[in-house]
Ligand binder design. Sequence first.
Ligand SMILES: Nc1ncnc2c1ncn2[C@@H]1O[C@H](COP(=O)(O)OP(=O)(O)OP(=O)(O)O)[C@@H](O)[C@H]1O
Length: 217
Amino acid sequence: MSYAYSTTDALCDVSLSVGPGELLVVAGPNGSGKSTLIEVLAGVRRPRTGRVVRRGDVALVVQRPDVSPMLPVTVRDVVTMGMWRGRFAGRTTRADRVGVTEALERVGIRRLAERPLATLSGGQRQRAFLAQGLVRRPDVLLLDEPTAGIDESGVLGVHELLREETRRGAAVVCISHDPHAVAGAHRVLRLHEGRVAHRPVRESQPRSTPSSSAIGS
Ligand SMILES: Nc1ncnc2c1ncn2[C@@H]1O[C@H](COP(=O)(O)OP(=O)(O)OP(=O)(O)O)[C@@H](O)[C@H]1O
């Protein structure tokens, strides 16, 4: 598929597929089209040509969005929103609340649950949005530089979380410049000026062999 902003061809003839249990890392220089690709895969942007096939529930973890100090939401609220699947869900069940606490624990910010989101540091906020993506155990997890602003020991924890997600069968696509992420990936897709620089190369065997693609274009 291809995607263009008004004056810029951001993606040209990009084709990929990711199966359940696979971790695909998307790498490439600034401006090469990585964020655009994740947004097109997530359905936030519609490809200009071609199509994206998604199987199952898809969650997107964006890169530390700016938060207005006026926004009256706590960290727990933000993670709970991850349960909504794109629409307001109203009341939460006890199981939802347990799931939210577990997600907060997995990303190491359970103690911050009742804090207003706007009072968090950048790295803490990134963890909150990671928990939002993890909370409903999606079939497809798309992440735009999830370790941005996260300290060194936290980065390793995030990589382990992504491997855990693949072990339970999720298809994971993660933008990262981090050599650890690249080393731990099943495949790496390198973009250059909106095109695939090399075909994805299998760098290690996935723990479960994908039977069909969970997402592809
Ligand atoms: N909203 C926009 N309007 C116009 N052009 C855009 C827009 N967003 C991105 N672009 C352009 O599209 C191309 C791809 O941008 P994209 O953000 O996808 O790259 P990236 O690889 O994620 O970069 P980075 O590593 O800096 O985050 C770039 O040339 C960029 O300038």
